[in-house]
Design a protein around this ligand. Sequence first.
Ligand code: PAF
Length: 284
Amino acid sequence: MQTAQTLDVLRKQVAKLRADGSTIGLVPTMGALHEGHLTLVRRAREVCDHVVASIFVNPTQFGPNEDLDAYPRQLLEDAEMLEAEGCALLWAPDAAVMYPQGFVTNISVSGVSEWLCGASRPGHFDGVATVVCKLFNQVLPDSALFGEKDFQQLAVIRAMARDLDLVQPHVHSIIGVPTVREADGLAMSSRNRYLSERDRAAAATLPRAMKHAIGQIENGQSAGSVLAAFEDGLLKAGFSSIDYASLVDSASLAPITTLDGPSARLVVAARIGGTRLIDNMAVG
Ligand code: PAF
């Protein structure tokens, strides 16, 4: 596996990979890789000839009181994991390469980015949309793969690609990959490592409580009362606060109260011991 840290090297390496007409799948990450990321790389290898992974801890998607400085960085270990999965090229720019002096552009996706995580983390999705658009233009992949764990992020990126008429990748080649979970059901996340042993055990109540709530909603109970009890249960289990627990339309992420529409999703963000966990599951 080659590693590129400048745009010049990246473009040369990408051109080499493409020379025989091969296709490229991009897996954008912030590093601290786990099985969820490696699943994206494996899926990318199934749909494309070569995989390019990026590792960039993007400062513009972190709020002023968030964990930018503490975010785990382990480039060498990550590179070994990517190489073992058959990744062809690692794109690992630093902040000066991504945001050179004088950088002034911001991509802001209205609507879908404004509620849920957008409400709890102002500016977060502008940072994500802008850096992902840059990553797309830097690598020009045929496909790009993202975990469905960040369900709203995926919706924001698809809206951005559709609205800006991106061709590489085209919006239809932005692939969402189902969430990979630990044995006890907790969605894999680079932030799980922040959890103390006690909080880690309590965190596993989240996916269990979500499945229980989904069963109740599917059996016809009102989403409002089910979700109120769900939130109470999480607080009793040791979560300190709940940013949101909502039943939403899977496409627009707008809140819904019944399951009459095409497809629904339960989306949750909750805090435990200073760590913010998000999860989502299909309903109906
Ligand atoms: O999901 C992530 O790891 C990041 O938000 C992404 C898509 C790599 C953009 O920085």
